[in-house]
Design a protein around this ligand. Structure first.
Ligand code: FPP
Length: 248
């Protein structure tokens, strides 16, 4: 397993923009309800924002964007909403594939694929393969993703390697465990944004966000514009990240 870059835990002081931004896209349901429309209408509007934010990344110096599309807990929603979301993901991949390819976006998916319908998994695999040569923006979509689930799956695979005698328990440190995470090829997020006024991390990138900065905004995801994204990204440069060290 190749690790492109391990954790970013060096103090870099003020000035640097976020290289990796992760987003909890919350508020689609409320946005639709406010308009007297079904929740899925909000998810459709949410997809348009995903497109807009991905397009905004290169000019802002954001190389990695990770979006939380479906959590391991989202299966608890009504069957109609879950089915609607799955249809939306299939449609997004099918419709956007060529544009993503053309625009230099490399797409990856994280999360447990085992519970996803085979037709969707096939589309996900194909899109990853299609865009694997791109390097302008790295878009990671978290689908059936949960931070605890990801760490649990990594620990299980690590335990198996030890059981098979390919690793010693003495080799198990944070870096080794990180190699078994779904995100093993990605740098840690510098900034995590959550929309819709909720100040929770909801099981998103638990391990990877250890030193991330957080930004909680009231805007519902379908109203989250490129301008607001730019404002937050620019604001990040003024934060003083110390990673547990003392300011210079
Ligand atoms: C949270 O809003 C949103 C979701 C669970 C789904 C996110 C999906 C999208 C934005 C569209 C698809 C994305 C891609 C990458 C194709 P909510 O339903 O929890 O809203 P609420 O809190 O107002 O109920």
């Amino acid at each position: 397993m190749a690790v492109v870059q391990a954790t970013t835990t060096e103090p870099d002081g003020e000035g640097a923009g976020p290289r990796h931004v992760a987003v909890i896209m919350d508020g689609n349901g409320r946005w639709a309800q406010l308009r007297g429309r079904p929740r899925l209408y909000g998810h459709h509007a949410g997809v348009r924002r995903v497109r807009e934010i991905v397009e905004a990344c290169p000019a802002l110096g954001v190389k990695y964007l990770t979006v939380f599309a479906f959590s391991t807990e989202n299966w608890k929603r009504t069957q109609a909403e879950v089915a609607g979301l799955m249809m939306l993901f299939r449609r997004y991949i099918t419709r956007e594939a060529q544009d993503l390819l053309k625009n230099g976006v490399r797409v990856r998916f994280i999360g447990d694929r085992i519970r996803l319908e085979p037709r969707l998994v096939e589309l996900m695999d194909d899109l990853e393969l299609l865009t694997q040569g791109n390097d302008r923006v790295h878009l990671t979509v978290a689908l059936n993703y949960g931070g605890r689930d990801e760490v649990t799956r990594a620990a299980r695979r690590l335990a198996y390697e030890v059981e098979q005698g390919r690793l010693s328990h003495r080799d198990v440190d944070a870096e080794t465990l990180a190699r078994f995470l779904d995100t093993h090829v990605l740098p840690d997020p510098d900034l995590v944004i959550r929309t819709s006024g909720e100040a929770r991390i909801s099981n998103f990138l638990l391990w990877q966000s250890a030193y991330a900065e957080y930004e909680f905004v009231d805007t519902l995801w379908p109203d989250f514009t490129r301008a607001e994204f730019a404002r937050i990204v620019h604001g990040f440069a003024h934060r003083n990240r110390r990673f547990g060290a003392v300011s210079a």
